[in-house]
Design a protein around this ligand. Structure first.
Ligand code: SF4
Ligand code: SF4
Length: 172
């Protein structure tokens, strides 16, 4: 092959360099990208506590909560996924996205508060999906959800009332 043939071949053959958006197949033990389901997050703070590189931060504002994640700090150790009590965190099994700027590594999820069904205080109730896992039954979870729709103060009042009525034998 002479020099002209080499030059011609280089111009006409497809690129031999992998471009950033040509995804590669990931290995079997690859954990994937971290995903956060806001509807399951109770802002409990467990993920913040177990994350050594401080990749997660939580801010509780007056009207809503914010769950922040910095993919640039994450080491994909999996601790947050392992310890998240509601299953809000997971690793997804597709190839990682190509990051072209720092902003793409930063995720900011808004977690909406709900109101206590008795006093209206702002709360984040335990999600039904988590209650079903905890109580191993849809029926029991439905019953428990009524209690978890109350703030901590109203819940302890309800318990005190139940104990008092149990002792005195009078309902309500
Ligand atoms: S993602 Fe999970 S561990 Fe982190 S604050 Fe939300 S519920 Fe808690
Ligand atoms: S996978 Fe590890 S490093 Fe990444 S956010 Fe979770 S606990 Fe932090």
């Amino acid at each position: 092959m002479n020099i002209f043939q080499i030059v011609f071949h280089n111009y006409t053959s497809p690129s031999r360099t992998r471009k950033p958006d040509n995804k590669v197949a990931y290995p079997l033990d690859y954990r994937g990208e971290l995903t956060h389901k806001t509807e399951l997050c109770t802002l409990c703070g467990t993920c913040v506590y177990v994350c050594s590189p401080i990749a997660i931060e939580i801010t509780r504002e007056a009207e809503r909560g914010v769950w922040d994640y910095d993919g640039g700090r994450c080491t994909y150790c999996g601790k947050c996924v392992e310890f998240c009590p509601t299953g809000a965190l997971n690793f997804c099994d597709h190839s990682p996205s190509t990051i072209t700027n720092r902003q793409q590594e930063l995720i900011k999820d808004i977690v909406e508060y709900r109101s206590c069904t008795r006093c209206g205080a702002k709360i984040i109730p335990i999600p039904m999906e988590t209650l079903v896992k905890l109580y191993h039954s849809e029926e029991a979870a439905q019953y428990a959800s009524k209690i978890y729709e109350l703030c901590e103060r109203c819940r302890s009042r309800l318990h005190s009332q139940s104990i008092k009525s149990g002792i005195s034998g009078v309902n309500g």
